[in-house]
Write a protein that binds this ligand. Structure first.
Ligand SMILES: [Zn+2]
Length: 474
């Protein structure tokens, strides 16, 4: 295999055919259309991905992990744009090898090849080793490793092994979350750049602890993945837990502990709609504002900052790009529909849902619509609903909560066990109807917090489109 980026005649043909196919799909309004062009291109030229990606002067950076891939890549692209980089990015969440091929072709000219100096790939954990065999990935960002989509990946160990294989394939630089012991122990034999959180300001953590004393305890421990020391096998201990298994960890059995991060968020303040923190990069401080709710998004911003720093973006570009970031694909998207305020936050696993709920209950004028499907893309197994901290919602005293989707009944049962009385729960399986009811119920100053699983989010896009509104991700 040649990897000097010289295009063969079949590469040229593959690019041309894929571009025409993508254009046709768009013209016919057949959806995102990320799969067919990529599949066709790869059939016509199996080398097209490796050749095109090798053409970029600054190489390839990949973002992977359970949660936050899209947000991290989104913030990173906002920073890279600010810094004046040109890059190809699979921004529509098409993160398997065919989607990545298609996105690269989108940024290419069929004669000359790629017209960007960097490739930014959001890659599914399982697809990383597959892509790494074809693409020389310079650096890999890993956001976190939570239990997610059990039926696809099985155990956490399997995911870690896949990511390790992907990183080791090209001896990529590993840009890792030092606070997640499942992540910071990955790929010990390559060069690392760690990012992590130093402290949360007390005022801000008081505010985030809405709910009862017992629910605080639940949220501190219920999403914790048991993590084990890579050196001696003992269970990991903590001096501070931020959420889930993420915090300042150490091993009681040996000297292994959280690596000291080079890119740090200090004095973090988490508010209902945004966060502030001091970003410290190699001793230099930038005051940052992130227009996204939730501590998990501070981690996404940190991951993006570390990656941008590694790629040579200035601290100013990092601060500005972060501030300017607007959300993608239903990750904390804010909408105004018929003059009413709606926040859409995708939920798909216990840790992400718990964080979304924590943001929601901080809003004293929040109304809630939760939509749960169990299609393949949502994860067939919905037992994760029992691991997410819906108990927090008991703190909301704001009328009826609506549950929707194929598994609306299960969600209603979950809410009952979370301490919500049944006359406060409305079960409306059809999402369009549930949305209508939710919007109509809003009074002045109230916000509808709509928490859908993935395929409900896709449905929501269609429903909104029919109503004449569009989400950012379309
Ligand atoms: Zn140990």
């Amino acid at each position: 295999m040649t990897d000097d980026g010289k295009l063969t005649s079949s590469d040229h043909a593959a690019i041309l055919v894929a571009q025409l196919t993508a254009a046709t799909i768009r013209r016919l309004g057949l959806g995102l259309g990320s799969n067919l062009p990529g599949r066709l291109a790869r059939k016509l030229s199996p080398t097209v991905l490796s050749h095109l990606s090798a053409q970029t002067a600054r190489g390839v950076i990949a973002v992977t992990g359970t949660n936050g891939k899209s947000t991290t890549s989104g913030i990173l692209s906002s920073i890279l744009r600010t810094a004046g980089f040109t890059f190809a990015h699979n921004r529509q969440g098409a993160n398997l090898v065919t989607g990545i091929t298609a996105s690269l072709i989108e940024s290419s000219n069929w004669k000359t090849g790629i017209a960007a100096d960097l490739c930014l790939f959001e890659i599914d954990e399982a697809a990383l080793p597959v892509v790494a065999k074809e693409v020389k990935i310079g650096s890999v960002v890993v956001t976190n490793l939570f239990r997610d989509q059990l039926d696809r990946f099985g155990e956490l160990d399997t995911t870690a092994r896949l990511i390790n294989a992907g990183i080791n394939q090209n001896k990529s630089t590993a840009i890792l979350n030092s606070d997640d012991p499942n992540v910071s122990q990955l790929a010990p034999d390559v060069t690392h750049l760690f990012f992590g959180l130093e402290n949360i300001l007390p005022s801000s953590s008081d505010e985030s602890n809405t709910g009862s004393e017992s629910s605080k305890l639940v949220s501190a421990t219920s999403n914790m993945e048991l993590s084990y020391c890579g050196k001696c096998g003992k269970e990991i201990s903590y001096t501070t837990v931020f959420y889930g298994q993420i915090g300042h960890w150490y091993c009681q059995g040996c000297d292994f502990k959280r690596p000291l991060p080079k890119v740090v968020a200090r004095d973090v303040e988490v508010a209902a709609t945004h966060s502030r923190f001091k970003l410290v990069i190699e001793g230099k401080i930038e005051e940052c504002v992130l227009p996204l709710p939730g501590l998990f998004n501070v981690y996404n911003a940190l991951a993006a900052a570390a990656a941008a720093h590694h790629l040579g973006a200035s601290r100013e570009a990092i601060r500005y790009g972060m501030k300017e970031y607007s959300t993608l694909f239903g990750r904390s998207e804010r909408l105004t529909i018929e003059g009413k305020s709606i926040i859409v936050q995708l939920i798909k696993n216990p840790a992400g849902a718990t964080q979304a709920l924590a943001s929601c209950v901080k809003d004293s004028k929040a109304k809630v619509l939760i939509a749960i499907n169990d299609n393949l893309a949502d994860g067939r197994d919905i037992s994760w609903l029992w691991d997410a901290d819906f108990e927090q919602l008991a703190a909301l005293k704001n009328g009826t909560m609506i549950v929707s989707g194929q598994r609306a009944e299960d969600m209603a049962v979950r809410l009952k066990y979370a301490g919500i009385s049944s006359d406060q729960i409305a079960t409306v399986p059809k999402l369009a109807q549930a949305l209508r009811q939710g919007i109509d119920s809003l009074t002045e100053g109230e916000t509808l917090w709509l928490m859908p699983t993935y395929t409900n989010l896709l449905d929501l896009q269609k429903i909104l489109k029919a109503m004449g509104y569009s989400m950012n991700c379309t």
